[in-house]
Each structure stands twice: as C-alpha cells, then as structure tokens.
Design a protein around this ligand. Structure first.
Ligand SMILES: Nc1ncnc2c1ncn2[C@@H]1O[C@H](COP(=O)(O)OP(=O)(O)OP(=O)(O)O)[C@@H](O)[C@H]1O
Ligand SMILES: [Mg+2]
Length: 390
C-alpha cells in the first residue's frame, strides 16, 4: 500500500505532518515532485489500493483540471486525493465523477483520508476510522453484550434517557445507535418508529449529511435521539464498515454522549468501531455461563488494547435481598476479577410493563431500584472524559 505524495521538494510544515499521518495510516510513502511525474511513474501503472495525494500549499497549487486528468489516467490503479481549500464546483464534480478521485479541505483532511483509506481497504483498517487524531470533546461509549438478551439495549436506552433529561449545565446532547441492524428493538421499547435506512446508507455512504441524519433519527420525548434500522437488510454482511463509519462519524460530531449498542455477534467492522470508544461496558446476565462469556469478552477487549480502567462489566438480572441490596456480589466479583462491576437488579414485571406501554423505565418511575442501578452506570459515564488519541 503506497501513498504517492505529489509536492515539490520544498519544506512545508503541513506537508510534513501529512506525510507522518499517511505513514501512521500504514502507507509506505513515495514523494514525487509533479503531476507529470506521477502520470509517468512506472510503479503507478500497476493496480492496487494505492493513493495519490496532491496537497496544495501557498507555494504550489496545481490546476484542478490537471488533477482531474490525473485521476482519469490512473483510474483503476490508484485513488487521487486533492487537498485544497478552494475548488470550483464544476471541478469538484468532475473529480468525483471520475470515480477515482476526491477533493478534501485541509481542516478535514485527516478524517476524510482515514475514511477513504477505510473504503479502499474494505473496512479492514486497524486504524481509528472515525475519531479525528486531534482529540474530540465528545464521548463515545460502547455497550457490548456477552450473551443474547442481556439487557444491553435496555441499559443503553435508559441511560440515554437519563442523560437527555439532565438540565442546565449538566445537559448533554445524547444519542443511542443500535448497531444490530437485523433485530432492531430499541424504538419499539419506547413506541417510536425506527427510521434508519441502513440499506440506503450502504448504497452511498458519502451522501450522508446532516439533513439525511435528521431523517434517520427517532426523537424520544426526553430529547434523546435514537438511530435504529427501520428494516433489516436482506444480507447483513452487505452492510460494511464504510456505511457504519459514515454514520458513526456524523453521530460522533453531533452528540456529546453517544452510546453504541453493539450486537451479540461480531460484524467485520465491530472491532474498529470498538477501538473508537472511550469506554466499553460488557453486559451479561447474572448466570455462570454468561459471566464466563463476559470475562472472555473483557479479556478480548484488553487484547484489543483497552486498559483495564477503560472497560467495565454490567451484570443484569441480579437478585436483590429484602432491603433492596444486591446479593451474591462476591461470586460475581470472583468471576470478573479486577474489573469494575455495575449491578442491575432483575425487575421483570416493571421491565415488561415498560416495553409493553412504550414508556421508558426512567420516565415511568426513576426511583425504582432498577432505575437507580442504571443511573449508577449513567452517573459513572458522566465522569468519563474522551480519551486522547495519539
Ligand atoms: N434488569 C432486567 N430485569 C428484567 N428484565 C429486563 C432487565 N433488563 C432488560 N430486561 C428485559 O429483557 C428483555 C431483553 O432486554 P434487551 O433487549 O435490553 O436485551 P439485549 O441484550 O439488547 O438483547 P438482544 O440480544 O436481543 O439485543 C427486554 O424485554 C427487557 O425489557
Ligand atoms: Mg439489543
């Protein structure tokens, strides 16, 4: 995978930073002094997932129509990325129409190039696909179920409602995205119509803009925004990282707290999405096999590079004693040694009443034990800060 950087051999600080960014993305860097040199470069005559990056600087600004010509000439062999803050609409369209080039501005270059890289590599990138390298102020929290029916969606939803209801200086713009496109339930739980057209998004991820994002949004009366598939895709595997990351990218920009409700299977883009999380909770029912699964999942997250303080377990369906205290905590802690654990009591009658009435538990009776348990998770999330991305 080669990145051909086209720029005369002058020293420009932005170009230097760009070179190191491309190397971090995993590209081998080759510098060429001009568009003509790129067109004649023998190694560019072969195909591959190589890119040609053309950064404009005050001292060097190749004509856009020449960049379009280069993209046409290299079609099927390399993808041309023209970095430029001003481009005429007709040149922009002409470049897009080649299908082999794109124009990005300097401010968004890291994020856009990461996205292009991901697309070209079929979402197999080990890099951070949607968090910009220059640190975000918004928080992304992953909720990963260790088993089916663990209460993952319920915890994400109810914690989201809790955030959305905060007022004044505590108020946070919050969203939950249900990443299980096959069995979407979150909107049903609060009697809303799911509106995310994931197949449309997969057809053309680049079309996603704020207007379209609003169309995909189901707004809960608390103020919480939910993103959940309106229709299951005929072939779930056809929903690739490009669609998911286009969505997460936009959501991450928009929401101060974004909760990702992961499915209980592992999609191809799942680990890359996880790597972008500031914190990950693994949810499991309180049963010996489920706790074993949770311990394995936590270990897997550690192997993905998560520090112990960036992961925690949420154990649901816990039994409470006569005075409302969770029992058997010691057994659970023994099964999940060293990890922070949150306990959510079993309250089937109330949970069932909630989903049947379409009124969230926190809305219906926030003082109920199960709501206080979920609130403890939410309160902890509020103490988290987005991590620094190198
Ligand atoms: N602590 C709890 N006590 C009792 N019932 C609960 C509890 N948490 C969730 N439920 C109920 O369990 C059912 C499954 O919950 P939920 O959909 O949140 O689980 P999930 O892990 O997202 O499941 P899936 O694997 O289908 O995505 C729902 O009917 C919900 O109301
Ligand atoms: Mg679920």
């Amino acid at each position: 995978m080669i990145a051909y950087l086209i720029h005369p051999e002058t020293v420009n600080q932005r170009v230097v930073l760009l070179c190191s960014f491309l190397e971090k993305l995993g590209y081998e860097l080759t510098r060429l002094p001009s568009l003509e040199a790129a067109a004649a470069e023998p190694s560019l005559q072969k195909g591959g997932d190589n890119i040609v990056v053309v950064p404009t600087t005050p001292e060097w600004r190749p004509e856009a129509n020449n960049v379009v010509e280069l993209a046409r000439a290299l079609e099927g062999r390399a993808f041309v990325i023209y970095i430029c803050d001003e481009i005429r609409p007709e040149d922009y369209k002409a470049l897009l129409r080649t299908g082999a080039g794109e124009c990005v501005d300097w401010a968004n270059a890291p994020k856009e190039i990461s996205g292009i890289n991901l697309r070209l590599r079929g979402a197999a990138s080990p890099m951070l696909p949607f968090v910009e390298s220059d640190v975000s102020k918004n928080l992304i929290v992953g909720m990963v179920p260790a088993c089916g029916g663990a209460g993952n969606t319920t915890v994400a939803l109810e914690a989201g409602v809790y955030f959305a209801k905060l007022k004044g200086k505590d108020a946070r713009r919050s969203g939950v995205v249900e990443l299980d496109f096959n069995h979407a339930t979150i909107c049903d739980y609060v009697d809303l119509a799911p509106r995310l057209d994931i197949m449309e998004l997969a057809r053309n991820p680049r079309r996603l803009d704020d207007y379209m994002l609003d169309i995909f949004r189901s707004n809960h009366s608390s103020g919480l925004d939910l993103f959940s598939a309106a229709e299951a895709p005929a072939d779930c595997a056809s929903i690739d990282g490009a669609a998911v990351f286009a969505l997460l990218n936009k959501l991450h920009d928009r929401y101060q707290i974004l909760l990702l409700d992961f499915p209980d299977y592992r999609p191809s883009w799942g680990d890359d999405a996880l790597r972008n999380c500031d914190f990950v909770f693994v949810t499991a029912r309180r049963s010996v096999p489920a706790l074993k699964q949770a311990a394995r999942e936590l270990k897997r997250l550690r192997n993905l590079g998560f520090a112990q303080e960036r992961v925690a377990a949420v154990v649901t369906h816990c039994q409470a004693g006569l005075f409302g205290r969770i029992t058997s905590k010691l057994d659970i802690e023994t099964a999940l040694p060293g990890y922070r654990v949150f306990y959510i009591r079993d309250d089937s009658a109330f949970a069932t009443e909630s989903v049947n009435s379409g009124i969230s538990m926190v809305d219906a009776r926030a003082s109920r034990g199960i709501c206080r348990d979920i609130q403890a998770v939410a309160t902890f999330i509020r103490t988290l800060a987005p991590r620094e991305v190198a």
